[in-house]
Design a protein. Structure first.
Length: 208
């Protein structure tokens, strides 16, 4: 903060033609008699920036290449691949069908995978994404000449470790892959996550 001058300080400052600027409390305490406007501006800026050092950037949480995630809306814990090379997240699904409810776009689907049952799920549709198909996984690429598929995207609640976030996930049949859930770069940013490819399941079973 900048404290106002007392009458005594004003009289003292009048003799030197300066002002007293006070920034506090704590280690960012600055006090100086100032005269020239340019010097005053520089000093004030420095004082105001000092408290920012107390707010150091939080280190990202380190996860392995593969982790367990829980999907509260689906009620299952699944294995997920943490893929910084993919932009969005994916959930393995089949029998995907778009429909309208109360004037809104919805999508219904069943999970696709070795342990998936025949439960039918319905979810409000967030948008339709364009995905470039890759040999191993997938990535968002709009306007690319490679094979493009259009996939429904839902806002999916995901629990990873002790953190819960709502992320965008596109629906596609991933039964040919080992992991029914793919966590892409956008979702990793939501979790403030970093990935160590040499590690796996570092977060353990989801705690939320």
């Amino acid at each position: 903060m900048i404290s106002r001058l007392t009458p005594e300080t004003k009289r003292s400052g009048a003799a030197t033609g300066g002002r007293t600027i006070h920034q506090g409390p704590g280690p960012s305490h600055c006090r100086l008699n100032l005269g020239e406007p340019f010097v005053k501006h520089v000093f004030l800026s420095a004082c105001l920036l000092l408290p920012l050092t107390a707010f150091a950037a939080k280190d990202p949480t380190l996860y392995g290449r593969y982790e367990y995630v829980r999907l509260p809306e689906i009620g299952q814990v699944m294995k997920a691949k943490m893929d910084t090379g993919a932009r969005t997240a994916s959930l393995s699904a089949k029998d995907i069908e778009r429909f309208e409810r109360d004037g809104e776009d919805w999508v219904r689907f069943r999970l696709a995978g070795k342990r998936a049952d025949d439960t039918l799920y319905e979810h409000r549709l967030a948008r339709i994404s364009k995905i470039k198909n890759r040999a191993d996984e997938e990535d968002d690429e709009e306007g690319d000449k490679a094979e493009i598929s259009r996939r429904p995207v839902i806002d999916l609640e995901v629990c990873l470790g002790g953190e819960r976030r709502v992320i965008e996930a596109n629906l596609t049949d991933r039964s040919a892959f080992n992991y029914p859930v793919l966590i892409g770069a956008k979702a990793l940013r939501e979790f403030d996550a970093a990935v160590d490819p040499a590690r796996k399941f570092t977060a353990g079973k989801p705690q939320c």
